[in-house]
Design a protein around this ligand. Structure first.
Ligand SMILES: [Ca+2]
Ligand SMILES: [Ca+2]
Length: 754
């Protein structure tokens, strides 16, 4: 064979058998080239190697200037490094490397033309119909103040419905709306009424109507484990041994023995610290004018009396020896009064007014109730104060969270729907459902049947199933065609939490946030499988299951712990207050299946440390840059002013395209635009793994979206087999070179696959 003929044959072979190992086998000595064709993508900066094997010297020469040869000559087995000297052109280019030695070979080098472009979102126009079930967790007392008293209220919320609508939410979970003696209101004084501090029932109704007009549902926070100590049920139970309300609570004079006889505590163990002592009884007090000399005695029964603004003093009664007591005192103006059995406040020795306004009328006996409210008397001159009916008993009641939160007792669970306490609570829920409330968040459900340290999951599920059934029947009777939404705070791992779906449509997935946080910190490969696993597990329990996902909430649920080992922080702190990661966490939760909850302030980047008080993770929304419109009094002014700077305000972030708030609004809008994102099912895409979390969201009608989050710090190149012609949301920077995506660190993109 002539040499020229051989070269021609070789070239033909090179052209038609790309990338195949091509052994040239002429007469000895030999020259072997391991690769005969090299391809470079437009922005490829890497070196390519190919192996030369020969028994003699060889020389290589590039035919084009843009090909750089690291090795131009050599002998025996060695490799050539080829890199590209200039790679900025946009056209396809080819070149050849000629190798001469024992024989000659030609290698074709091809550079694909650059088609790198920065992607811009081209989302479909949002038709205004919110499709996602995204919910905003709102603290009534610190969200927005409508009447200017510094405490958040319903009018404030109503005034800010446009803000919530702009966030794309379709429901509000309100903190407890009932009257209460605490700022957070988880100790309910009356389940049938609405806190007047927030504007009362009329303002609540007005908010419900206005929210519904914007497609926003209202979920009430319901506390089934305990009432407040100020609840009339509890006061009446203490005042009267024959009161039916005694059965609403766990009362006993010997709880270590008696707890076993409470059906609802079956399967739990006694914990002395969860039972609080109280002095039960119903003394009567009468104040009347007298001319006698001033006199006090030495009895332990005493009257705590104070003027507004003063600390007060304890005046002892004179013991008549017949079960009645008296004292004679001078009173000028208005004074506050409480009666106590002991000279201190221990053992629940306080007696005050049972109901009404607490105003004492001269000459009229006042019925006193244990743990009753402050009384007031206005007088001028000398008065005789008499105390009768002072028989008391020392009782213990279960108050697993605290002494001001007595646990509620629903009796025998097999017949709970006929239990008076259950029926009372259920009737109160009926009132709110019929008023237009759309669902409930149930507080502390795992402690209902039992206490903090010992509780019975199966009993809880039995009780909650009955509760749900009752409320859903009321809801349906009110004309709704769907099932009522009810989400439980079942603070536990996924394995236990999922059991509660036997009773309820939803539970908060407390295992979600650690997974999201890991993902955002770069370990993203397991996110899709884990979260879709949660969703599938819930669906396996019931077809209407809703997986409620959230970052952190008003409780101490952060991953980061303080020096006491308590997770007292907010989600932003768990992300080291890194705004880039906070943005990506937002984009991820808003592209994930299930029902995302946004906790008040999360959308603005709020952080907080509750070591000095829970108020610090319940910070009011700062509406204006100056901070004048900020319901600080709702949290007793316990705010971190180093956070509440103008830049964190709604006013500052609202118009800023780079703000966290804008990310929330943008991604919420996209979620609301596409049914697949709003309510589709989640499955891993081939791109998922390592620092990349990527999945498909597919709706029941076949709409499909491709979601990609590069959670690493480094740029990622991803060869995508799906169409990337319609990006609908982008966080950070994403470029494309034909079907290769170049996703910058902590950048995200969603494609409509049409
Ligand atoms: Ca107010
Ligand atoms: Ca309980």
């Amino acid at each position: 064979m002539k040499r020229s003929g051989f070269i021609l044959a070789t070239l033909l072979l090179l052209v038609f058998s790309c990338k195949e190992k091509n052994k040239i086998q002429p007469e000895s000595p030999t020259l072997t080239v391991s690769t005969t064709e090299l391809s470079f993508t437009a922005d490829d900066k890497s070196n390519k190697l190919f192996q030369i094997t020969t028994t003699e010297q060889w020389t290589a020469k590039a035919s084009e200037s843009w090909i750089h040869l690291d090795k131009t000559s050599g002998s025996s087995s060695s490799s050539i490094t080829v890199s590209v000297e200039s790679n900025e052109g946009t056209n396809d280019r080819t070149g050849t490397i000629s190798i001469t030695g024992a024989q000659s070979a030609t290698v074709k080098v091809t550079q694909a033309g650059s088609d790198i472009r920065t992607l811009e979102p081209i989302a479909s126009t949002f038709d205004g119909k919110k499709r996602s079930s995204t919910t905003y967790q709102l603290l009534i007392y610190s969200f927005a103040d409508g009447d200017g008293d510094g405490i958040g209220d319903f009018m404030g919320i109503q005034n800010r419905l446009d803000y919530l609508d702009g966030l794309g939410v379709t429901a509000l979970w309100l903190s407890p709306a009932h009257p209460s003696s605490s700022y957070h209101a988880y100790d309910v004084s009356d389940y049938y009424s609405i806190n007047t501090l927030y504007g009362g029932e009329e303002a609540f109704k007005s908010l419900i109507a206005a929210a519904h007009d914007k497609g926003i549902k209202i979920y009430m926070d319901y506390v089934l484990n305990h009432s407040g100590k100020d609840n009339a049920w509890f006061k009446e139970a203490l005042a009267d041994p024959s009161s039916p309300y005694r059965d609403y609570y766990f009362f006993s004079s010997n709880p270590s023995v008696d707890y076993k006889s409470f059906p609802m505590l079956k399967g739990t163990t006694y914990n002395a610290g969860e039972w609080k002592s109280v002095t039960a009884g119903s003394p009567k007090m009468t104040v009347r004018k007298t001319d006698e000399a001033v006199k006090t005695g030495s009895s332990n029964w005493n009257l705590w009396m104070w003027k507004t603004g003063s600390e007060g003093e304890a005046l002892r009664f004179v013991d008549n020896g017949d079960g009645s007591y008296y004292m004679v005192v001078d009173i000028s103006g208005s004074v506050g009064m409480l009666v106590r059995k002991y000279m201190n406040w221990d053992n629940g020795s306080k007696f005050g007014y049972k109901s009404g306004n607490g105003k004492i009328t001269e000459g009229k006996a006042m019925d006193l109730a244990p743990e009753g409210g402050d009384m007031s008397f206005t007088g001028s001159g000398r008065y005789r104060i008499e105390l009768t009916n002072v028989a008391t008993e020392t009782l213990y009641y279960m108050g697993c969270f605290s002494d001001w939160m007595p646990d509620l007792n629903y009796g025998d669970l097999s017949d709970v729907e006929n239990n008076a306490c259950f029926k009372d609570l259920a009737a109160s829920a009926d009132k709110w459902i019929n008023l237009g409330v759309d669902g409930f968040r149930l507080d502390a459900v795992k402690h209902i049947c039992g206490g903090i340290s010992s509780y019975n999951m199966n009993s809880n599920i039995t009780l909650l199933a009955k509760w749900y059934e009752h409320c859903n029947a009321t809801y349906k009777a009110a004309g709704h065609s769907d099932n009522i939404f009810m989400v439980a705070e079942e603070w536990d791992g996924h394995g236990t939490e999922k059991q509660y779906y036997k009773a309820l449509t939803s539970c908060f997935e407390f295992d979600y946030w650690p997974n999201l946080r890991n993902a955002v910190n770069g370990s993203a490969g397991n996110y899709v499988a884990t979260v879709s696993g949660f969703i599938n597990d819930h669906k396996a329990q019931r077809s209407d299951a809703v997986t409620s996902i959230f970052m952190t909430n008003h409780d101490k649920s952060s991953i980061k712990k303080n020096s006491d080992g308590a997770g007292v922080y907010r989600a932003a702190d768990d992300l080291d207050r890194d705004i880039v990661k906070e943005k990506q966490a937002a984009a991820m939760i808003l592209t994930t299946g299930g029902k995302p909850f946004i906790y008040q302030g999360e959308e603005l980047g709020y952080w907080g440390d509750a070591t000095a008080g829970d108020e610090y993770i319940r910070t009011p929304i700062m509406w204006d840059k100056a901070g004048k419109d900020c319901a600080k009094k709702g949290v007793n002014n316990k705010v971190d002013n180093s956070m509440l700077k103008s830049s964190i305000s709604v006013e500052a972030q609202d118009g800023d395209v780079n703000s966290l708030l804008t990310v929330y609004k943008t991604w919420s809008r996209v979620r609301n635009t596409y049914p697949a994102l709003a309510e589709g099912s989640m499955s891993a895409s081939p791109l998922n793994g390592g620092s990349v979390a990527s999945w498909y969201m597919t709706s029941s009608d076949g709409q499909k979206m491709l979601v990609i989050h590069n959670c690493g710090n480094a740029e990622k190149k991803l060869d995508v087999s799906d169409s990337i012609s319609k990006p609908v949301a982008i966080l950070g920077t994403v470029k494309a070179d034909r079907n290769t995506l170049i996703v910058s660190g902590h950048s995200s993109i969603v494609f409509d696959l049409q």
